[in-house]
Write a protein that binds this ligand. Structure first.
Ligand code: SAH
Ligand code: MG
Length: 206
């Protein structure tokens, strides 16, 4: 299945982040196909782990991945929460800053021409956006209001035939937070067709 460059694969596996390898490979495959329709767009860059899987797909298809993050972390990434990593805290401010990690990951994977980082608040960026995309990957904040705001702001930019991918979808509340699942249900209600499930990754087609 995976035809990803081995050097990029190694960078993806080594990068800090929250993307299991099998789900990353599935993202790469989805990205390869969707890149024929338009550029790829990710919400939630963090340190660039998923951006390597998607960015390699964009590079292979001669298009780009836009990856959006304010780089100060979601609620669930802050100190005291489950997904906190003290190494990504800026000692100068005490706040999280994952942007330097993203830059290094993209540089190490030789993806600087294919991956375009956009640093800012996702719905704010969407408010000034107008380009339709071949694939939209929603993996930003997982609080319900934040995840739903991402969906509402960005889902309209998925081109006909394009892909909407949602991460961390857990139907069973015992396995994880419900916001991404509620977003997935909303997407189905809005007419997106489910096409693939790999772990907690769900893909739908517009
Ligand atoms: N895709 C990453 C994980 C993303 S974690 C991986 O493969 O490892 C979720 C990210 O969403 C965090 O880095 C956080 O800063 C970002 N985020 C949360 N809310 C956001 C918002 N409103 N705008 C931009 N980024 C946001
Ligand atoms: Mg995730």
């Amino acid at each position: 299945m995976a035809r990803m460059r081995p050097d990029a694969l190694a960078v993806a596996r080594a990068a800090k982040g929250f993307m299991p390898h099998d789900e990353g490979l599935a993202l790469h495959e989805l990205g390869r196909a969707a890149a024929r329709i338009g550029p790829l767009l990710e919400i939630g860059s963090y340190c660039g782990k998923s951006a390597v899987y998607l960015g390699t797909a964009a590079q292979e298809a001669d298009t780009v991945l836009f990856t959006i993050d304010h780089h100060h972390g979601s609620t669930e990434n802050q100190a005291g929460w489950e997904h906190h990593d003290p190494e990504v805290v800026d000692p100068r401010t005490g706040r999280m800053d994952t942007l330097p990690f993203l830059r290094r990951t993209i540089e190490d994977a030789a993806l600087e021409e294919a991956v375009i980082a956009i640093v800012g608040d996702s719905p704010t960026v969407a408010g000034h956006w107008s380009t339709s995309v071949g694939l939209l990957f929603i993996d930003g904040g997982h609080a319900l209001d934040v995840a739903m705001a991402d969906y509402e702001a960005w889902s309209g930019f998925v081109a006909p035939g394009g892909v909407l991918a949602i991460h961390d979808v857990f139907e069973d509340p015992a396995l994880g937070g419900q916001a991404p699942f509620l977003v997935w249900q909303r997407a189905v209600a809005d007419g997106f067709s489910p096409v693939q499930v790999v772990g907690s990754l769900r893909a739908l087609r517009r």
